[in-house]
Design a binder for this molecule. Structure first.
Ligand code: NAD
Length: 498
């Protein structure tokens, strides 16, 4: 079949796929209902249509999955398999994902409302991650310690055991792959808990993993809610690691659960309120304005590293904001299945209402509304791009993560003021710097409290670069060999030779 290209093609594929959607949990190689028999509904936020009934797992399902995951880990069929063989299985999985990329992208678009073009990019990112981590695992060496001739000191890297990956809904498959690929490559057993708002691509991935030849129990998927199955995994005495992407609030809870149970490792990728700093000496204001608008409006603003705080040098502020507003007008939401749509629908009515609440709050706080703000008629949950100018650090819209298409613009006079504004946040996930002065760029880069700094671009990076934050944006790193290392532990072996 030729690849879908137009809205009509994607609608036809959606009509064919939707009736067969798989909603059961994937436990020990079988698709099964939740022990309780409970289900929840997946709705398409762009239309309100029901997509599937999905198993609502809880503690009972978690206990079964953990038992299988632990048993297969101990048997060693995956954990002690030669790395080059694990690599082969994961590369097969990546190939299968590539063969089914349209379907995987479509599932995320239908499930959470993102435009199909960005869902296709996510799937490419997920495949890239699977291949990168698979390719890395037979190149990860242990160490021989410099002990002298009478002993041999080995430092071995070993898998952790059972890893629970708990992921959000904004990049369902890509966030999954960023966690699952390195954890599996390192030899762990992985239990994935997708968001209750976007479980469909994870369940499809489970079927592909089985087809690729992952042994039973090595990869399992438990759909359900955070306070039920998520909490049970986090409190389990037999889970060695929680790899989490989601909100800072839930991240803090997970650390408590780890303390209340077995001190499992907790790697967190949490929220952000990222500053994007534009100096008057940046090159090509039009291009920078387009990028600044995309930095917040891409994926409807439902992006952890959204450039939600735009800091502009006062001498160019009026002209620059006018260009950002013009770019925002070109980025209106549309049917997520239409390849020409830049923005899609908000994930659900709760998130829609939450974002609309922040917009009302911004108006009440006295920020100057320069674009958007009005309601869009349903049934789809759409929000137009919003630009607030004249935002100050005391305003709620300038401090809290909104996770929607709402940009807050601040003005500044000096480099010091820009730095103080940028760092005045509980978060530290990403920061952007636009200037042609390399001295300023390096001074600012060193002093920005941020896990990543984008210089004269926004959101650049590839599989070789770690992704993660500082402060309350978390402590983990996805992607690259740094992420692979997180899913291993060191064993020191002291061998007396005489
Ligand atoms: P969320 O924290 O509400 O949920 C994330 C996951 O945690 C979901 O699977 C949810 O079911 C689960 N969960 C909720 N309560 C739980 C509990 N008590 N115990 C165990 N699991 C629980 O976040 P969300 O709304 O799904 O996603 C949006 C957030 O994710 C934003 O804050 C965003 O910035 C963040 N995010 C961060 C990154 C990053 O790399 N730093 C990437 C994407 C999203």
């Amino acid at each position: 079949m030729s690849r879908p290209r137009t809205l009509t093609d994607w609608q036809a594929l959606a009509a064919r796929l939707t009736p067969q959607l798989q909603g059961n949990a994937f436990i020990n190689d079988d698709f099964v209902p939740a022990v309780s028999g409970e289900t929840f509904e997946c709705l398409n936020p762009a239309t309100g249509e029901r997509l599937a009934k999905v198993a609502s797992c809880d503690g009972a399902d978690a206990e079964i999955a953990v038992r299988h995951a632990r048993a297969v880990f101990k048997r060693g069929g995956w954990s002690r398999m030669a790395p080059v063989e694990r690599k082969g299985v994961l590369l097969r999985l990546a190939d299968l994902m590539e063969r089914h990329q349209d379907e995987l992208a479509l599932l995320d678009t239908l499930d959470m409302g993102k435009p199909i073009t960005s869902a296709l990019d996510d799937v490419a990112g997920a495949i890239g991650s699977m291949r990168h981590q698979a390719e890395s695992i037979d190149k990860l060496y242990g160490e021989v310690a410099p002990t002298g001739e009478q002993v041999l000191g080995l430092v071995l890297r070993e898998p952790l055991g059972v890893v629970a990956s708990i992921v959000p809904w904004n990049f369902p498959l890509m966030m999954t792959a960023w966690k699952v690929a390195p954890a599996l490559a390192a030899g762990n057993s992985v239990i994935l808990k997708p968001s209750e708002k976007s479980p469909l691509s994870a369940l499809r991935l489970a079927a592909l993993a089985r087809e690729a030849g992952l042994p039973s129990g090595v990869f399992q998927v438990l759909p359900g809610f955070g306070h039920t199955v998520g909490r049970a995994l986090a409190l389990s005495m037999d889970v060695e690691c929680l790899a989490f992407t989601g909100s800072t609030t839930v991240g803090k809870q997970l650390m408590q659960y780890a303390g209340q149970s077995n001190l499992k490792r907790v790697f967190l990728e949490c929220g952000g309120k990222s500053p994007n700093i534009v100096f008057a000496d940046c090159a090509d204001l039009d291009r920078v304005a387009e990028s600044a608008a995309a930095a917040i409006f891409y994926n409807q603003g439902e992006v952890c590293i959204a450039g939600s705080r735009l800091l502009v040098e006062n001498s160019i502020r009026d002209a620059f904001v006018a260009k950002v507003v013009a770019a925002a007008e070109r980025m209106q939401p549309g049917d997520p299945l239409d390849p020409t749509s830049f923005m899609g629908a908000m994930v659900d009515s709760t998130q829609h209402e939450r974002v609309m609440g922040y917009i009302r709050k911004g108006i009440d706080e006295g920020a100057v509304l320069r674009a958007g703000g009005e309601d869009v008629a349903g049934p789809g949950l759409f929000i137009r791009p919003v630009v607030f100018d004249g935002v100050t650090p005391e305003m709620v819209i300038g401090r809290e993560e909104i996770f929607g298409p709402v940009l807050s613009v601040f003005g500044f006079e000096t480099e010091e003021e820009a730095l103080a504004l940028a760092n005045d946040s509980d978060f530290g996930l990403a920061a952007g710097l636009w200037s042609q002065d390399i001295g300023r760029i390096m001074r600012m880069t060193h002093r920005l409290e941020s896990g990543q700094v984008f210089v004269n671009n926004w959101a650049g990076g590839d599989q070789s670069m770690p992704f993660g934050g500082v402060k309350q944006s978390g402590n983990g790193r996805d992607k690259s060999h740094h992420s692979l290392a997180e899913y291993t532990q060191l064993k020191s072996v002291w061998i007396a030779l005489s």
